[in-house]
Design a protein around this ligand. Structure first.
Ligand SMILES: NC(=O)c1ccc[n+]([C@@H]2O[C@H](COP(=O)([O-])OP(=O)(O)OC[C@H]3O[C@@H](n4cnc5c(N)ncnc54)[C@H](O)[C@@H]3O)[C@@H](O)[C@H]2O)c1
Length: 251
């Protein structure tokens, strides 16, 4: 048996239209899986079409995961397109930056809702099906801010601390059903989300000095860990928060 085999696995990847989720989805497609990508806009359809044109098995659904009813619809449509689910990857997310004294409570609630509550809801919906199958993998995307507080991102850090604890908590209760729940904690990755700090000369320098790999990460750097967590190779792993960070956390 090829421990890392993902051929014909049914995988749902949120945030699959761009950034890290897009590259994670690409890694699964390259490994032979059927992937449904979820995006917040109609662009998700084009992204899936581009993958399809390259010969991959890819479909798309779009909607706002911050709205309960839309999340349920999106999940249902994705399950119908996949014909079930083996792997769920929660790779969507947002951030907003304010000094904590000025942070609008509406923005705080929005970030917690999109980054944490929707991860809980999607994981719960997927786990119900996985429990029936006696098998499944849930992969959350945590962050360095699951461990650190960061600056001007109190809502984001709170949400990602929550994602880490949600991962551990779900793992404790779901392992007995054959469901592995783990998280990847990416380091500093060059995507749209981090553009503000990439463009800030002082912060960029500080960050680079602390990354033993000597460079920002990319979505491609996450493919290997995601394939590991989605495949039988990780069957004895639960509640792990794996840093893929060019060595940042250890420094
Ligand atoms: N870039 C980094 O350095 C970094 C580091 C650690 C963790 N992360 C996490 O990785 C994940 C992906 O981040 P990224 O850097 O690729 O960001 P990105 O901004 O490039 O992509 C975010 C994705 O989330 C989707 N999304 C956002 N809000 C949504 C909503 N309400 N409904 C549906 N989809 C929604 C967007 O459509 C987009 O596809 C996020 O959870 C982020 O917190 C990023």
């Amino acid at each position: 048996m090829n421990l890392f085999d993902l051929k014909n696995k049914k995988i749902l990847v949120t945030g699959g239209t761009r950034g890290l989720g897009n590259k994670i989805a690409e890694g699964f497609l390259e490994a032979g899986a059927h992937v449904v990508i979820v995006g917040s806009s109609i662009k998700a359809i084009d992204t899936a079409l581009n993958f399809k044109n390259k010969g991959f098995k890819c479909d798309a659904v779009y909607g706002n995961l911050g709205k309960k009813e839309e999340l349920e619809r999106v999940f249902q449509e994705a399950i119908e397109k996949l014909g079930g689910i083996d792997v769920l990857v929660n790779a969507h997310g947002i951030t907003k930056r304010y000094d904590p004294i000025e942070f609008p409570v509406e923005a705080f609630e929005e970030i917690i809702n999109i980054n944490l509550t929707s991860v809980f809801m999607l994981s719960q919906l997927a786990a119900r099906i996985m429990k029936e199958n006696g098998y499944g993998k849930i992969i959350n995307i945590a962050s360095m801010n699951s461990f650190f507080g960061g600056q001007t991102v109190c809502a984001y850090s709170s949400s990602k601390g929550g994602v880490m604890q949600l991962t551990k908590s779900f793992s404790n209760d779901l392992f007995k059903y054959g469901i592995n729940v783990n998280a990847i904690a990416p380091g500093y990755m060059a995507t749209d989300m981090t553009k503000a700090i990439q463009d800030n000369e002082t912060r960029n320098k500080e960050i680079l000095e602390r990354i033993p790999a000597g460079r920002w990460g990319t979505g491609d750097d996450l493919k290997g860990c995601a394939i590991f967590l989605a495949s039988h190779a990780s069957d004895y792993l639960g509640g792990a928060i794996i840093p893929v960070d060019g060595g940042f956390l250890a420094k």
